[in-house]
Design a binder for this molecule. Structure first.
Ligand SMILES: Cc1cc2nc3c(=O)[nH]c(=O)nc-3n(C[C@H](O)[C@H](O)[C@H](O)COP(=O)(O)O)c2cc1C
Length: 204
């Protein structure tokens, strides 16, 4: 039983959430957790050395294998993470979605559980819209959406941090200067665990 965590991250926030989601997946017995990053655009990859922070983050993730169509096909459940771009997923993540037409024709995603996670600069910068709009292609692909229930510790809150019923999240700050707080990471772990548990029940 394989659960794939596939993410895109430029400044490291979604990468941190991805590691917590992965820990949550690994906490479920009999499940193999696989981490993949989304392919970067060539022009952005060329520019990375010009930005100190982006370069440091790149060095932390460049050895993580790029997600292939085979990774998507082989997974029993998939958790997708992307920063918010104007209330939506990044173009890099969208390119991955848009490359799946052959798998869609084969029905390769149908019945597989899916979860989502994201990061925004500001508290109301679109965490929910990114999670929600990312779910549309997942439903087209026939995936079964798994969210984060309010019984999860830290979910019912009033602070300027992440944690939505639609998916795990964090607030990165306008200059990407903030870090995910422990509650964000715990909720990301809970999402990973829940997708793994649901996948095991449905496909074990
Ligand atoms: C083109 C662009 C659009 C963005 N749009 C939003 C937005 O709608 N709302 C928001 O809060 N942050 C927005 N951001 C900030 C990113 O979401 C933020 O840098 C990201 O969440 C950090 O995640 P990362 O560290 O994993 O790269 C935008 C950034 C860029 C470059």
């Amino acid at each position: 039983m394989k659960i794939l965590v596939v993410y895109y991250s430029r400044y490291g926030h979604v990468l941190q959430l991805a590691h917590s989601v992965l820990e949550g997946v690994k906490s479920v017995a009999g499940v193999e957790a696989v981490l993949r990053r989304v392919q970067e655009f060539e022009d952005i990859e060329r520019d990375i050395p010009k930005h100190e922070h982006a370069l440091a983050v790149w060095n932390r993730q460049k050895e993580i294998p790029v997600c292939t169509l085979n990774d998507l096909k082989e997974a029993d459940g998939i958790i997708f993470g992307t920063p918010t771009r104007y209330g939506n997923m990044t173009a890099q993540m969208k390119r991955l979605f848009d490359s799946t037409v052959e798998l869609w024709l084969q029905g390769a995603f149908e019945g597989k559980p899916a979860g989502v996670f994201t990061s925004t600069a500001s508290t109301h910068g679109g965490q929910e819209t990114t999670c929600f709009t990312m779910m549309a292609p997942l439903l087209h692909l026939g995936m079964i959406i798994v969210g984060v229930p309010y019984s999860t510790p830290g979910m019912l809150h009033y602070e300027g941090r992440g944690g939505t019923p639609y998916g795990a999240s964090t607030v990165a700050g306008v200059k990407n200067e903030l870090q995910p707080v422990p509650e964000d990471l715990a909720i990301a772990q809970a999402l990973g665990r829940r997708v793994a548990q649901v996948t095991k029940k449905l496909r074990g």
